[in-house]
Design a protein around this ligand. Structure first.
Ligand code: ZN
Length: 255
């Protein structure tokens, strides 16, 4: 099957992040496991009870018989059962599948449990061999983690293992040297330029409207996912919003 095309990409140092987010409102197109055709394909809600507040990052390992693009493609093709993670990262690149502040399914804590409700998931694709590909994947995972910590103003102590939540031996290839991994995250954190902060936290009065606007794809952020909630709207921004609302449907483009 053809490779996926990202909706956008950005760079963190030399790491390319391919952004291909599962749209809100996506449904199962078939019965699968505990899901029935027509069920929601992902949680479809923002973290921390709908406020979108991110509390930290959960690190996972998944086997390296496939790369990050393949895992993302399998997700889009509805072949990943109940796994919905924010990022897959391998020795070459990363793929983002979810909004950073929406609920994923990865921690084994249930939909409302803290691990899923408030933590981003990064799946680092590694094998058991600790060869060069594993080393690069782990380094890319550490860099992505450091970038997200800075972006969302989170402390390094908010980086946790899947094991922390459910007792599962995950990230299985990193657990034996977890402290080394955290040191690598710290090193990457120090290398990255301080605080290219995002403006994704709505004021309370606007939270529900912002959620609907993001869900309805009326409001989109920068490729890095910054919604710039407190920035002013230009006249061309207004045209884009009206267009996304469908108000120009049926109008001739004037040609
Ligand atoms: Zn895991």
């Amino acid at each position: 099957m053809a490779k996926l095309v990202a909706d956008s990409t950005y760079k963190i140092q030399n790491l390319t992040v391919n952004v291909k987010k599962i749209p809100f409102g996506t449904k199962w197109i078939k019965d699968s496991g505990n899901f029935r055709k027509g069920d929601k394909y992902k949680a479809d809600r923002l973290m921390s009870g709908g406020s979108g507040k991110i509390l930290g990052i959960t690190i996972h390992n998944t086997g390296n018989s496939a790369d990050a693009e393949t895992y993302t493609r399998a997700t889009f093709n509805q072949n990943m059962n109940s796994s919905r993670v924010h990022f897959y990262v391998d020795s070459k690149e990363a793929w983002q599948n979810l909004e950073e502040n929406e609920v994923g399914w990865h921690a084994g804590t249930g939909d409302k449990g803290l691990g899923n409700d408030s933590y981003m998931a990064i799946e680092i694709i590694m094998g058991s061999e600790r060869g060069e590909a594993d080393r690069l994947a782990e380094e890319n995972g550490a860099l992505l983690t450091a970038y997200l910590l800075r972006k969302h103003k989170l402390g390094i102590d908010t980086v946790v293992t899947h094991k922390h939540w459910s007792g599962k031996e995950c990230p299985i290839y990193i657990l034996p040297h977890w402290d080394e991994f955290i040191s690598l995250v710290k090193k990457k954190y120090d290398e990255l330029a301080p605080a290219k902060t995002s403006d994704n936290q709505p004021d309370e009065y606007a939270a529900s409207a912002v959620y609907k606007a993001v869900q309805g794809k009326i409001l989109a952020g920068t490729p890095e996912g910054d919604l710039r909630l407190h920035s002013a709207v230009t006249r061309q921004d207004l045209c884009v919003v009206l267009d996304r609302l469908g108000l120009f449907d049926g109008l001739s483009a004037g040609n």
